[in-house]
Design a protein around this ligand. Structure first.
Ligand SMILES: [Zn+2]
Length: 48
């Protein structure tokens, strides 16, 4: 009976960032542009 629960945990759902279109986790800050909910919440500086 625990199998169903395992399958849920297996696949992380990815969403497309509304700003840059990069795949990111829902309810998380986009790792590539630092946006969340249409706003830039962290400053990502371009590093080389
Ligand atoms: Zn982004």
């Amino acid at each position: 009976m625990r199998r169903a629960y395992n399958s849920v945990l297996k696949l992380p759902q990815l969403i497309s960032c509304t700003q840059c279109g990069a795949p990111s986790l829902p309810h998380r800050v986009c790792p590539s542009c630092g946006c969340y909910g249409g706003k830039q919440v962290i400053n990502i500086e371009a590093v080389a």
